[in-house]
Structure formats: structure tokens, C-alpha cells
Ligand binder design. Structure first.
Ligand SMILES: [Zn+2]
Length: 283
């Protein structure tokens, strides 16, 4: 129980009844109608689902403590969790400001959105972490090739449950990485999503360079900003994109509480919002 008398049964009761948490009331007070951005309700819904899993009777004590920290996240004591819709927004605000600074004076063709699949881990969190630790220095070497390249992004961890089905291209990519492709084991797929600012080099050449550093079928995707959106709209969306933290069943409701908890644990063990999953270069 906290100093304010709030306890796990209090939280379970709030979640089951769909009642607002203290943070919702604070957000509503500060942000008017309570909606911070267009994905606000999706993020809040996924946060509540994660909280329900963390307060499950089978959860570890540390997970129940995390649930209370996330539920009681307020300006005086931010939780910093990847599951917290407000801490994600605060992280977005900081990264968005860096993206604005990095993009100043650049033309649309000098900015790109990069995705790199680092690997597909079938041996759990340590293997996924090793893939990230191996990939980041390779990325830095590729970017050091020409001066002035800047990158701001985030490693997202897709958690594919046992029984998943891979589309043809993904199956081929995973096969070239030596990962299982039959869906018979759960996979953690660390992959980078990043904005790249490259005023001194064409996108085509940068793509070639990155693909050489990360060989494999369709492992690297470097594409232009969305043509139907302004640069500002692109930066807003693309900085938010790797912050989705979708449940492993993508909202279908089929993942178990244990699977939801594992999805969060994988992120938190790698440092949560501010640890090694945050990636920047040259900014
Ligand atoms: Zn928080």
C-alpha cells in the first residue's frame, strides 16, 4: 500500500471497472479534453491491458510493484516505463525536439526513414540484447563513412508468439539470419526505426552502404518521407512510430497475461524508454 492508501486491490478494482487513474485526471487538467495526440486512446488502452497483466495473481512481486509505479505516475514521480502512455509522450517530446533541430535547413530529399532488422532471437532476452549490442557499433561504422550524417531512432522489440505465421518476405529475411521460420518457437525481433538526416549524401548511396553493413534479404529499408504529409507531420509521426509498444497479439486479445508481462520485461530489461533502445548518432 502507498502513502496515499492506494494498494494493489485498489488498482485491480479501477482497472476492472475501467475507472480513470490519477494520471488521467492530471492529463485531463493539463491537456484540456485529455487527448494528447491522435494515438492517445490506443496507447492508454494498451497501458491498461499491460497493467491488468501486471496485477494478475500469477505476476511476480516486482511486476506488481511496477504496476503501481505505472498507475501512480505523476509529474512528481514519473515511472519512465515503456508501457506508460504519458512517459512515452514525454520521451516523444524530447526526441521530437532533437529531430526538429537535426532537420533545420534540410530539404525533404535529405531526410529518410530507416528500418533495420537486427535479428530474430529465439533464446530470449539475452540473445536479443546481444543482437542489439552487435548491431549498434556496425551502424555507427556505416554512418561514420560520410561526415554530417545524423540519426535519431529507437530499437523496437517485436514479440512474436508461438504459432505465429511469417509473411513470405519476413520468412526469407529470418532464414538469411539463421532464425526459425516455422512459428514453432516465440521470437523477439529487435529492429531499428530511425530518422536519418543526410545532407551530403544521396539516399540511394546511403542505402547501399547500410545494406552492405547489414547483409541479408530485405534487412535494410531506407525510404523517403511520406509525400502526402508535411515535413513537420512526418517528424511527428515517425518519431512516434517506434513507441507503439503494441501487445504481442496486436490488440486481438489472444495473448496471455504472462505473454504481456514478458513483452514489457524485454523492454524494461534493456533500459526501458531511456536505455540502449534509444539510439542517436551525430546529434
Ligand atoms: Zn509514467
Amino acid at each position: 500500500m502507498t502513502a496515499s492508501g492506494r494498494s494493489l486491490p485498489w488498482l485491480r478494482d479501477k482497472l476492472r471497472q475501467g475507472h480513470p487513474l490519477p494520471k488521467d485526471k492530471w492529463v485531463e487538467k493539463v491537456h484540456g479534453n485529455g487527448e494528447i495526440h491522435s494515438f492517445h486512446w490506443r496507447d492508454q488502452r494498451f497501458e491498461r491491458r499491460t497493467l491488468l497483466a501486471l496485477t494478475d495473481l500469477t505476476a511476480r512481486r516486482s511486476e506488481k510493484n511496477s504496476a503501481m509505479r505505472i498507475a501512480l505516475c505523476l509529474p512528481s514521480h514519473r515511472c519512465g516505463s515503456t508501457a506508460c502512455y504519458y512517459c512515452k509522450h514525454l520521451y516523444w517530446t524530447k526526441v521530437r525536439a532533437k529531430a526538429a533541430a537535426a532537420s533545420a535547413g534540410l530539404r525533404r530529399c535529405e531526410m529518410s526513414f530507416l528500418t533495420i532488422i537486427f535479428g530474430a532471437a529465439y533464446l530470449g532476452i539475452p540473445q536479443a540484447e546481444q543482437m542489439i549490442d552487435d548491431a549498434l557499433p556496425v551502424l555507427a561504422r556505416a554512418l561514420r563513412w560520410k561526415c554530417g550524417i545524423k540519426l535519431i531512432g529507437r530499437v523496437e522489440l517485436d514479440y512474436l508468439l508461438r504459432g505465429h505465421t511469417l509473411k513470405r518476405d519476413k520468412r526469407r529475411t529470418f532464414a538469411t539470419l539463421g532464425a526459425p521460420t516455422e512459428g514453432d518457437v516465440p521470437l523477439l525481433v529487435p529492429h531499428l526505426h530511425a530518422l536519418v538526416f543526410h545532407s551530403r549524401i544521396e539516399r540511394r548511396l546511403l542505402r547501399l552502404k547500410l545494406s552492405r553493413h547489414f547483409p541479408g534479404y530485405k534487412r535494410v529499408n531506407l525510404k523517403c518521407l511520406h509525400a502526402d504529409k508535411t515535413i513537420e507531420e512526418n517528424l511527428d509521426r515517425l518519431v512516434r512510430y517506434p513507441l507503439k509498444f503494441l501487445p504481442p497479439d496486436h490488440g486481438q486479445g489472444t495473448a496471455t497475461s504472462a505473454e504481456l508481462r514478458f513483452g514489457l520485461r524485454a523492454n524494461e530489461e534493456l533500459g526501458g524508454l531511456h536505455g540502449k533502445l534509444h539510439v542517436e548518432f551525430g546529434v
